[in-house]
Design a protein around this ligand. Structure first.
Ligand code: ADP
Ligand code: MG
Length: 253
């Protein structure tokens, strides 16, 4: 049961967008996917069809005396079969401070998974744009950590920090990879500078590059995935390719 996580300390670079699309694509290809939403903003939970509501959340399964089993938290996405969600809640921001006091916090995810009565084929995690307790727990456990880098002059800002944190936090093994998002093939000077910088970086870059796509942006604004709103729009093919590439890296069959 590999875990693929989307993480970098920069916000607005596409963590949540890539996360929900990879989760949806893998569910569409028949894998039983558990999405763990570890960002208190809960955008991934909402995009996959959960309304804001008082309900147990993923962080209720963490800590020395967890309030809930993961079985009590996980719900099926109303939007597609094979996709299950351990939702986030805004109150997770305050709960994170308590988690910091807990000596086993790096083990939060595997401990929570022991309270799930079935085994997903793959776990996909979204994280907040910081190096708090949720992100640390993810970096420690994830088999593949994906850091989106937005095309532009500041593309690699934040990649160094996540790399250092990942090296300090991870268990044995595991991979950290970058994926280019918001790609615009016309900005050649910027692209050349970005390619040169990525070549210098010790973080491998995935083959799939996700273009800046108005359809992806519009889908996000409506809390939808582009596969459902504009299935042949620019970017759709690349998102599905990204999911396949990550599945291979994670050893998912
Ligand atoms: P993060 O989770 O890193 O903060 P988001 O996934 O929320 O970033 O993306 C930030 C904004 O950029 C959102 O409005 C989202 O819809 C938009 N966005 C992300 N990726 C793309 C893309 N490839 N094309 C167009 N808009 C995108
Ligand atoms: Mg996000």
């Amino acid at each position: 049961m590999p875990m693929i996580a989307f993480s970098t300390i920069k916000g607005g670079v596409g963590k949540t967008t890539l996360c929900v699309h990879v989760a949806s694509a893998l569910a569409d290809s028949g894998h039983r996917v558990l999405l763990m939403d570890l960002d208190p903003q809960a955008h991934a939970s909402m995009v996959l069809g959960l309304e804001p509501a008082e309900a147990p959340c993923v962080a209720d399964t963490f800590g020395p005396r967890p309030r809930h089993k993961l079985d009590d938290v996980v719900v099926a996405s109303p939007k597609r079969p094979n996709l299950f969600i351990a939702r986030a809640q805004p109150r997770m921001a305050a709960m994170e401070r308590e988690l910091f006091q807990w000596g086993h916090r790096l083990q939060a995810i595997p401990r929570a998974l022991k309270t799930l009565s079935w085994t997903p084929d793959v776990i996909i995690a979204d994280t907040p744009p910081n190096l708090g307790a949720y992100t640390e727990a993810v970096l420690h456990f994830a088999d593949v950590v994906v850091a989106p880098v937005p095309t532009g002059a500041f593309a690699l800002q934040g990649l160094g920090e996540i790399e250092t944190a990942w090296r300090d936090t991870r268990e044995e093994g595991g991979q950290l990879v970058a994926v280019v998002n918001l790609w615009d093939r016309r900005t050649t000077a910027t692209n050349d500078a970005m390619d040169a910088a990525l070549k210098e970086s010790t973080v491998p870059v995935l083959r799939a590059r996700i273009p800046r796509s108005e359809a992806i942006n519009q889908a996000g604004l409506g809390y939808e995935v582009v596969f459902d709103t504009s299935p042949s729009a620019p970017g759709v093919e690349e998102l599905r390719e990204l999911a396949k590439e990550l599945a291979r890296r994670a050893g998912l069959r």
